[in-house]
Each structure stands twice: as C-alpha cells, then as structure tokens.
Design a protein around this ligand. Structure first.
Ligand SMILES: [Zn+2]
Length: 225
C-alpha cells in the first residue's frame, strides 16, 4: 500500500512550484543544429512524440578522426535523407569524442532506426565511434551523463529506465557496444546521472578495459598529416 502514497507525494512535489526536494540538472552546452549547418526536411505530424525514454547508441563505425565531428553529423544527415528517406538525423543528440554535443532531430519527433522497436517517446542519444572495438573518451561519457541528467529532469524520466539500444531492440544489435554497455549494466551510468541530478559533479572513472574488450581509447583529434 505504500506505492500509491509515494505517487501522490511525487505529484505534490512536482506541482509545488518552489525549491524543495526536486532535483535539477542544468542543460549542457549543445551545438545548435543551425550552427553545424543542418538542412532538415519537414517531418510529418504523424511522427510527433512526447519524450519518455532515453535510449543510448554508439555510431557502430570505428572513429578514426579523419573528419571533424560536425562533418560527420552533416554527412549522416544527408546519407539518411538520400539512402533511407529519413527527413532529419535519426538521433536527437550526437556526442563527439571530445565531448561536444550536437543537436540532431527535434525532440518532439520520434527517432529513426534500422531495428524494430516502438520508436515513439524515445530520445536517441548517439556517441560517435564503435565501442565494440574502441573505448569511449571520458569526456564523451561525461557529456552523455550530463545530457541524460538534463533530459531526465526536463521530461520527468526515471534514470533507472535509461537503456541501451540493444535493450530496446533485443537480439537485433550490439549497440551501444560492450565497452559502453558495461556502464549501463553495472549501474555506474545511472549512479553518475543521479549524482548529477543531485547537483554533484561526479568523477567519471572509465575503469580498466573489459576482459577481452577494447583497450584503445577513441581518438579525438584529426591526424596531423
Ligand atoms: Zn543504436
């Protein structure tokens, strides 16, 4: 009988427009779509959504730093439009190895996917690179934590429900790659998000490589040649 009481109290706290136990997380700095040269096409109203879940992805392509992140984002948008018929980026946010966050598709439209799962309500957060064969940069993890905390705060999403793509689309993908999925599975990611929501700046310690997992950290600067 305790659960209904908790729900009622939570409702009162949300309704009370004053400081209190409510958690807050600041919106991280985000490179606006207009600033990276986005050329979105109109998305039909039938794809409108209310954000309810955060789903974490990796690009699934090894990052070699041969192109700048903003070029990668522009290329993904034009590839999707040309080859997939996607009017805008499949993801709502894309995070570069140096931690920069790029704005993708507007949040009030559902994402796109090559896999089958209910897309409505998903906020797609993608990190550049392949975490099956390279390790994320700690700055990339830190930005993913800050962004997720802000999304949880803004849209009243329970951090415990944040999931990887493979958990949403079971058996169809290894995304977001084993070297990131570990943080989702061992509870570290959600603990970093919760600490951020409490106003802390948690230290992001990626820890040692997984047994049999990737050992190289993703490169973040272009080669000097
Ligand atoms: Zn994915």
């Amino acid at each position: 009988m305790r659960a209904p009481i908790v729900v009622v109290l939570a409702g009162l706290i949300v309704g009370a427009d004053e400081p209190g136990p409510k958690t807050t997380a600041a919106r991280p700095e985000i490179v606006a779509a207009s600033d990276w040269g986005s050329k979105p096409q109109p998305i039909p109203d039938s794809r409108k959504q209310t954000p309810k879940f955060v789903t974490i992805h990796h690009a699934g392509v090894v990052w070699t730093a041969r192109v700048a992140p903003e070029v990668f984002v522009r290329n993904m948008q034009s590839w999707g439009q040309r080859d997939k018929g996607w009017p805008d980026l499949p993801y709502h946010f894309l995070i570069a190895p140096d931690g920069r966050i790029f704005e993708g598709r507007p949040l009030d439209y559902e994402p796109e996917s090559n896999t089958k799962y209910p897309l409505a309500g998903n906020v797609g957060v993608e990190m550049m690179g392949s975490f099956e064969s390279q390790r994320p940069d700690p700055r990339q993890i830190a930005s993913c934590v800050k962004l997720t905390a802000w999304l949880c705060d803004e849209y009243r999403i329970d951090p415990a429900t944040v999931r990887g793509h493979k958990d949403a689309a079971s058996g169809q993908t290894t995304c977001p790659g084993k070297d990131f999925d570990r943080y989702l599975k061992d509870g570290r990611f959600v603990s970093w998000v919760r600490a951020t929501l409490e106003g802390e700046s948690p230290a992001i310690d990626p820890g040692p490589p997984l047994p049999g997992g990737p050992t190289e950290v993703i490169p973040s600067t272009a080669p000097s040649s």
